[in-house]
Write a protein that binds this ligand. Structure first.
Ligand code: ASP
Length: 331
């Protein structure tokens, strides 16, 4: 099952000659992720939906806007996409049919804001930012988060949307028990995590998700937890995670990746070491997909996952592409 893999580089980068094809293996000290030697703005984000999200983030970055605005603007794209079943109110519900959303945001001054289990609000990332900028708190959850959002002018929207409700009703017919252990699913883990470096050299990140499809009511994953789903340290770099949140929380995943970069690892090496740690901490990693994405202060990036299939989108001057991350093993 174990197999070494390679980062693929797109035609654009090969032509520009900015990025070198790099081997993604679990041998630390030998490899790097993409290199942005020009120190120019860059935005990276998880999964294919990151392409469209990066395009919108880029509109801010190319106008020399702040990374914080770029990441908020960027992930709102995915939150608005009603065909996306893992982010925003188009996402899958919990076992009781409630779509509960998790999100967090962090800026270059280590300010951060988060929401958990938020229902009926279209842009949880903007609620997270509003908490960050208007309260002394970092995280609000459930009804408190909802009331806060309504108070600050966010509109209530109906959820689940029709298509999601229909899917959930089908699922419900086969899954009657409320507190049965949810099955680890492989297809429902598609959070958008986004990291950006702006033209002033500042980093910010955002992370937003509807979480584990058909989760137990009240479950909050890694995505709104600062240090787990997202972490930014403007002196060093930023990281975000996707996949099985419980596993990410166990190793304080994104914080771990940033701390490894602080100790001298490249973003690629840091992601690989964090994945190795997850693997080491679990007796059985069957179905346990986790992917990390990292960006350092100079715009170097890296990504790695437990299993194959994780990809991420990169956008910088003259470049927009989807890259397959390296991985430890095949499904
Ligand atoms: N990390 C998210 C969670 O556990 C899921 C995902 O990446 O889609 O809630």
């Amino acid at each position: 099952m174990k197999r070494r893999s390679f980062f693929r580089i797109g035609l654009t980068t090969a032509v520009l000659g900015v990025f070198k094809p790099v081997k993604a293996a679990r041998v630390f000290g030998e490899i790097t992720g993409g290199l942005n030697e020009s120190n120019a703005p860059i935005v990276i984000s998880t999964w294919r939906h990151g392409l469209a999200a990066n395009d919108n983030a880029w509109k801010v970055l190319e106008e020399h806007g702040p990374a914080l605005d770029a990441v908020e603007h960027g992930v709102r794209t995915t939150e608005s996409d009603m065909t996306n079943r893992s982010v925003g109110i188009g996402g899958r519900p919990d076992r009781t049919g409630h779509v509960t959303l998790d999100a967090c945001i962090m800026d270059e001054k280590s300010n951060c804001g988060a929401v958990g289990c938020l229902e009926g609000i279209k842009h949880p990332i903007s609620v997270a930012r509003t908490i960050m900028e208007n309260t002394p708190h970092v995280m609000l959850v459930g009804d408190g988060a909802k009331d806060f959002a309504l108070d600050y002018g966010f509109k209530h929207v109906k959820s689940p949307i029709k298509a999601v409700k229909k899917e959930w009703k089908e699922w419900k017919k086969k899954n009657k028990k409320l507190f049965e252990k949810p099955v680890i699913n492989t297809e429902n883990h598609d959070t958008i995590g986004m990291l950006a470096l702006d033209s002033n050299g500042n980093l910010s990140g955002a992370c937003t998700t509807s979480g584990w499809g058909y989760k137990l009511p009240g479950r909050i994953g890694d995505s709104p937890i600062i240090g787990a789903g997202l972490f930014v340290d403007n002196e060093v770099g930023a990281a975000c995670a996707t996949g099985l949140g419980e596993a990410v929380i166990r190793i304080a995943g994104s914080h771990t990746v940033v701390e490894l970069m602080r100790q001298g690892r490249t973003p690629q090496q840091a992601c690989e070491e964090a994945v190795a740690r997850i693997i080491d901490k679990h007796e059985n990693v069957e179905g346990l997909q986790v992917g990390f994405l990292a960006l350092d202060k100079k715009g170097n990036y890296g990504a790695y996952s437990v299993f194959n299939g994780f990809n991420f989108a990169v956008k910088s001057t003259g470049q927009s592409e989807l890259i397959d991350a390296g991985f430890d093993r095949n499904w």
